[in-house]
Design a protein around this ligand. Structure first.
Ligand code: T4K
Length: 394
């Protein structure tokens, strides 16, 4: 379907006003809390003359996050990827580690970057999270760990993965980049496995501009990671550990403290938007909005739709048409890590055991959400989607 053709037909559908939005409506537009609160924190930083290196704002942020999640330790870092790398190293993972391919590439790269082989296991197509049976199939004598990902903020099958790890005597940790404040069986994410890794990137429901953290109840692990994020220094002149620079800066912690106060409001808006999308997109042939368990907490940040073969228009045609309307949807995490460098060359046959991943990757579209979404966005986006599906190209 040519874009031009779609545009002209869409113009008819939305009263001849091209494009649907004059300003782009993005997936990933940051939620930002009260400006005055942020500026007050910034003034405090400037007055303190303390900008980085475990300053008071970072320490306060760590205390507040640990308290919010109900965990003993929050080790704040400069971003989620470095936090993953440090957690992986602190846990002593090596050889092979099982991960989903259906995740952001950082999950796999954090292993590969350290000479560890990511082994991709398939997902449950209903939840988009690791399928424990698929994980079992990928175990080898070289497997030292599993990294579960709580994709879209929905908890991975934690109990089943923990059983596998316990049976095999291997480590289990979680990439909780999407799951700040989410729950599993009513308990807040952050306490499961050996540790859980958060991302506070600008595009997340809760952000510190750039930032991340490892949260854990393990005292020794937390201590090791604190050393590792600061070159291994204990005191001024004493390096007792190999390390890197993974520190969060004060300005990022200030943003975090500001946004923590706004989080409940962000989640309420997201949740309402998700419900509105669901209602507006009901009964479109071949299109479903991914549901979250109403009994668990989730930030509802990711509005995920799946376009299956029953839909008269393909996923890629829909994405192309929406982009032409300034609706900047995303295909996270197409095509799957196993089809990206260097993994596609290293494991050219990985797809043979990743049927659900490949099917899901070909179907998913992420719709815009968050506190910056214009009021008209959901009705307009939904009518564009309905129009596309009821007017497939000839
Ligand atoms: N594990 C998982 C499962 C993850 O999803 C991620 C990150 C990580 C680990 C690693 O954590 P970090 O090291 O990133 O802390 C984004 C983010 O960069 C990345 O954090 C995130 N996942 C991933 C899902 O998405 P892109 O490639 O989508 O970013 P970009 O620049 O295209 O931005 C998306 C949209 O947001 C744009 O259309 C514009 C808008 N935007 C973006 C920024 C940064 C704004 O309006 N304002 C902004 O400041 O990767």
């Amino acid at each position: 379907m040519a874009i031009k053709k779609i545009r002209s037909r869409l113009d008819l559908a939305i009263n001849g006003a091209p494009p649907a939005f004059h300003e782009p409506v993005h997936v990933g537009r940051p939620n930002i809390g009260e400006r005055d609160v942020f500026l007050r924190h910034i003034n405090q930083i400037l007055d303190n003359h303390w900008l980085t290196n475990n300053g008071p704002m970072v320490q306060e942020f760590e205390r507040r996050v640990a308290q919010y999640l109900g965990v003993k330790h929050c080790v704040a870092m400069c971003n989620g990827t470095i936090a993953l790398e440090i957690a992986i190293r602190a846990l002593g993972l090596e050889g092979e580690v099982i991960v989903p391919s259906w995740t952001f590439i950082a999950t796999a790269h954090a292993l590969y970057w350290q000479g560890i082989t990511p082994v991709f296991a398939d997902i449950d197509p209903k939840t988009h999270n690791l399928d424990p049976y698929a994980v079992r199939r990928m175990l080898t004598p070289r497997t030292t760990g599993i990294i579960g990902v709580h994709l879209w903020g929905r908890a991975a099958p934690i109990a089943e993965l923990q059983s596998i790890a316990d049976e095999r005597g291997i480590k289990l940790m979680f990439d909780a980049a999407h799951a700040f404040g989410s729950t599993y069986k009513g308990q807040t994410i952050g306490r499961f496995g050996s540790c859980e890794v958060l991302s506070f990137h600008a595009t997340k429901a809760f952000n510190t501009m750039e930032g991340g953290a490892v949260v854990t109840n393990d005292d020794q692990l937390a201590e090791d990671m604190r050393l590792m994020r600061n070159f291994g220094f204990k005191g001024y002149d004493n390096v007792i550990h190999p390390g890197t620079n993974g520190k969060m800066i004060e300005v990022c912690a200030a943003m975090g403290l500001t946004n923590l106060e706004a989080l409940e409001d962000v989640v309420a808006v997201n949740r309402r938007n998700h419900a509105d999308y669901k209602k507006a997109l009901a009964n479109i042939p071949g299109m479903t909005v991914l549901d979250y368990d109403p009994n668990e907490r989730n930030s509802y940040h990711y509005v995920v739709i799946e376009v299956d073969p029953a839909c008269p228009v393909s996923r890629d045609q829909i994405v192309e048409a929406l982009h032409a309307e300034n609706i900047l949807v995303r295909k996270y995490f197409w095509p799957g890590c196993h089809k990206m460098a260097p993994y596609r060359e290293l494991f050219p046959n990985a797809g043979l055991t990743l049927a659900n991943t490949e099917k899901t990757a070909s179907r998913v579209i992420i719709l815009p959400n968050g506190t910056t979404l214009p009021e008209s966005a959901i009705p307009v986006i939904s009518s564009v989607l309905r129009y596309l599906v009821s007017n497939p190209s000839s």
